[in-house]
Design a protein around this ligand. Structure first.
Ligand code: NDP
Length: 386
């Protein structure tokens, strides 16, 4: 029987919600590329409940305990004295969400002698040291597509928030003011702008589709070009690399995974080649940006705004400079954990566990690492391009 260690974000400060803002979630039949939604044999939660916090337990307790497994749930994940690190030593399975990542460093993986499976309840497994997982033969899986559309929606919201300068206008209202000139002195229309999408995978592609009706000129870069008919449909300009892309746009959105190639990519040099007053929205991973270069570019006016919901580390410390830098519209890491997203990745996590414990193969689209090498989605997105 397995010990499953589940690391989740803490419950709301005023307690686990007794009621919700809405009574149900819309039913989504398939993902845009035809991939089926998670297909667990059963679920023990009501979609729309808060599942990603400690009391929600991703709806897994009954299923695991009925099968004789042990479930440990904690939000205490930092440092060697944390409950996570104490429980890790004999855990067989670790599950966490990118919003509250249980960082599986090489040192922690070395301590976790029994670990055979690391599941990301969500998308993005860079909090797991994948090289160590490959070396140890640990399977790494994530719930591909579960929250991609939510992230794309959040991206569009933040593009508009920056360009139209929503945050100061909202503050004026809340503070009892009516200073129209202050409210609009940095407010522009998105219409007609050049928008660049860095990485046109599931999220990037959904951003392209959602921004096209705004009358913008769309550009993109990816390691592989989109089909010609897609480029024609959205009038996309392809750029061979990010350097060429950023020079030609007013707004850049970032949707690549965090890899050795993308880490620190948004640095002083790259930002210096953008049009003065550009905007960046990065809901991919905080470490793709050089933290202090972003602050400098906002302070100098090279960037007119920066937004996103990903930070490094997470949770961001109280004195993280992105909390106080000018002209930002940051959120905590929330775009992929709407109540809709939670229902899908909780079901997907259950599907992964059902198959894993039954010795059945996991869906290739959920696999990042298996059997000592990148596999499935991981072989495509995380491995270096041939
Ligand atoms: P996909 O795997 O569908 O797309 C990633 C894309 O990035 C692929 O098209 C891949 O190219 C491309 N890519 C990889 N490396 C590079 C590179 N060096 N240069 C250019 N393109 C590159 O993933 P998703 O769209 O589902 O998710 C993207 C990322 O978003 C995740 O890795 C995760 O970090 C983040 N994310 C954030 C969430 C949030 O809540 N904020 C939630 C979900 C995801 P190709 O495969 O064509 O080689």
């Amino acid at each position: 029987m397995a010990k499953v260690l589940l690391v989740l974000y803490p419950d709301p400060i005023d307690g686990y919600p007794p009621v919700y803002a809405r009574d149900s979630l819309p039913v989504i039949e398939t993902y845009p590329n035809g991939q089926t939604l998670p297909t667990p044999e059963a679920i023990d939660f009501t979609p729309g409940e808060l599942l990603g916090s400690v009391s929600g337990e991703l709806g897994l307790r009954k299923f695991l305990e009925d099968a004789g497994h042990t479930l440990v749930v904690t939000s205490d994940k930092e440092g060697t004295d944390s409950e996570f690190e104490r429980e890790l030593v004999d855990a067989d399975v670790v599950i966490s969400q990118p919003f509250w990542p249980a960082y599986l460093t090489p040192e922690r993986i070395a301590k976790a002698k029994n670990l055979t499976l690391a599941v990301t309840a969500g998308i993005g497994s860079d909090h797991v040291d994948l090289a160590s997982a490959i070396e140890r033969g640990i399977t790494v899986a994530e719930v591909t597509y579960s929250n991609s559309i939510g992230v794309a929606e959040h991206t569009v919201m933040q593009v508009l928030a920056l360009v139209r300068d929503f945050v100061p206008q909202y503050k004026i209202v809340v503070e009892g003011g009516w200073n129209i000139a202050d409210a609009v002195k940095r407010s522009y229309d998105l219409e007609g702008m050049d928008v660049g999408i860095f990485a046109a995978g599931r999220i990037g592609r959904a951003v392209i589709e959602r921004l096209a009706p705004f009358g913008v000129k769309l550009h993109y870069n990816d390691r592989y070009r989109l089909p010609a008919e897609v480029e024609a449909q959205y009038n996309l300009t392809f750029h061979e690399d990010i350097r060429s892309l950023v020079k030609e746009v007013d707004v850049l959105t970032v949707h690549a995974p965090l890899t050795d190639e993308t880490k620190g990519l948004l640095d002083d040099e790259l930002l210096g080649t953008m049009r003065r007053g550009s905007y960046i929205v990065n809901p991919a991973r905080g470490a793709i940006a050089d933290r202090d270069a972003i602050v400098r570019a906002l302070e100098s006016g090279q960037l007119a705004g920066y937004a996103g919901d990903v930070w490094f580390p997470q949770p961001a410390p109280a004195d993280h400079p992105w909390r106080t830098m000018p002209h930002h519209a940051m959120t905590p890491h929330t775009s992929g954990t709407s109540l809709n997203g939670q229902a899908r990745y909780a079901a997907g996590t259950r599907e992964i566990l059902e198959n894993y414990f039954a010795g059945r193969p996991l869906r290739p689209e959920y696999l990042i690492v298996e059997g000592g090498s990148y596999a499935g989605t991981g072989a495509h997105s995380y491995a270096k391009k041939d």
